[in-house]
Design a protein around this ligand. Sequence first.
Ligand code: MN
Length: 366
Amino acid sequence: MKKALYYIVPVLLTLAIGALGSYIQMPSITTWYPTLTKSSLTPPAIVFPIAWTILYILMGLSIGRLVAIGDMSIVRLWLLQLLVNFLWSVTFFSLRSPLLGLITILILVVLVFAYTLYAFSIDRIAGWLFVPYLIWLLFATYLTGYIYLNNSTAYTLSAANSTKSITITAPQNSQYTMPALPYPSDALEPTMSQETIDFHYGKHLKGYLDNLNRLIVGSPFENLPLEQVVKLSDGAIFNNAAQVANHTLFFDSMTPDSTTISKRLERAIIRDFGSVEQFKQEFSAAAKSLFGSGWVWLVEDSNGNLSIVSTPNADTPIRQGLYPLLVLDVWEHAYYIDYRNRRADFIERWWDIVDWRKVDNRFVDR
Ligand code: MN
């Protein structure tokens, strides 16, 4: 009976710590984590609790074996790694800091590696019971490192297929920050001049962002992720929040690189528009005929069907439950410096700088 307790106590302890960690992670797993890119390697959210439950049980059994053998000296190291493990949930998921998360998980890897080596020197089974945990941690370290290197800005457009949204993470201290421009400001020349980017990104978008940050304080939308503000607000808060979200998607849909449409997206475009050429024509026609200021979108609905939507002013199809894949800004400020009144020329040239990789990333194809 006493021997069984050696196993039961640490298994229950790890599961309790794990449950607490999961509880802390939950809001981030649903709203923040899917906004981080590396979707091709990021497991679906359901994998995490399953994997961790198995790993925690193995972790408890390993120390149980060593204690049953009579080796108590290792218990402190085992407890320390469990504490650091929990700390990783706090730094990465609760504080949402990829840097602190990376530092914590690196320390954890060292501790777990030391434990595993020690365990092997006492009892091979106790050592092997820790190996899956160590492998999982190395994988998690790689993901954390990737996220740290590629998502250092406060908010990132979602490329995660699991959510299909343009979720932007909750603001820090109730203030939103500028999205990073994914290329130098002169990179889109001559199609879009540096001067246009400087004004459009640096002044127009910045203006909407500053307005939003001023208006949001004390409003019911304070501290909400931007997408939620766009969905729930109206009036001036909606106009500025939607313009920030729309522009974030717009600037994140262009590139100086020449990109091509993926096969799976091409198939869907052919299915819903007849051909890629036909799609571009319809999209361009919608952009040219949009009266006044507004946006033209390629959207996906919840059944995976593609369509073209025009919205006036700041309006956005996410209010209708649609998922934007691509957007073109046809407000005059988007082209007036480079093309003056020739909106049609701007639209035709704009296709050269569309980043089809980003469009493909956003496309889920249900
Ligand atoms: Mn604009």
